[in-house]
Design a protein around this ligand. Structure first.
Ligand SMILES: Cc1cc2nc3c(=O)[nH]c(=O)nc-3n(C[C@H](O)[C@H](O)[C@H](O)COP(=O)(O)O)c2cc1C
Length: 178
């Protein structure tokens, strides 16, 4: 069985595309096919020692879900599962999609929110990412001048996505010991 589980939320499909790109880059032996978080139970995450979780930011700095007017259930509805999920010993990396031009004051806030939930479950968090190359005012996804995970802005910097994904995957493979 593949070692890395990839789970994502999405509204218009961009986060799914990045999740697929990540899986293809890692390959079938290492990573399972990405699954929408609205299709899984909490236990499905526990099947993997390594997790990559992705989310866009919607609404006003929110995770996707019915409350953010997302077209389907998503991370927001999954959140109660984190209350009693034990991720101790698991290495987890996050990626987030956002739009720094139209939402410069809430840029990828959803990534920051998801990080807090996952870290609270005892996971060993990896995959922080430099803020250089992005132009925004505020983000809940920044700590110590670094993003808490890979940040992709397909709305304004689509041309940088492939390169960012490749560099980040080499980084997290080393950090995860894969
Ligand atoms: C209604 C709406 C609200 C959004 N709010 C934010 C936001 O608060 N912060 C941000 O960084 N991006 C925001 N975005 C941009 C999305 O995160 C971005 O377009 C993302 O690529 C969408 O991913 P998806 O196709 O997987 O849903 C918003 C987009 C829409 C349509």
């Amino acid at each position: 069985m593949a070692k890395v589980g990839i789970f994502f939320g999405t509204d218009t499909g961009s986060t799914r595309k990045v999740a697929k790109q990540i899986q293809q880059h890692l390959g079938d032996e290492l990573a399972a096919k990405p699954v929408n978080i609205n299709k899984v139970e909490a236990d499905d995450l526990l099947a993997y020692d390594y997790l990559i979780l992705g989310t866009p930011t919607l609404g006003e700095g929110q995770l996707p879900g019915m409350e953010s007017d997302c077209s389907e259930e998503s991370w927001e509805e999954f959140l109660p599962n984190f209350d009693d999920l034990d991720l101790t010993g698991k290495k987890v990396a996050l990626f987030g999609l956002g739009d720094q031009v139209n939402y410069p004051d809430q840029f990828v806030d959803g990534l920051g929110e998801l990080y807090d939930y996952v870290a609270e479950c005892g996971a060993d968090m990896v995959g922080h990412w430099p803020i250089d190359g992005y132009d925004f005012n505020e983000s809940n996804a920044v700590d110590d001048d670094e993003f808490l995970g890979l940040v992709i802005d397909k709305d304004n910097q689509a041309h940088l996505t492939d390169e960012r994904v490749s560099i980040w995957l080499e980084q997290i493979k080393a950090e995860m010991g894969l």
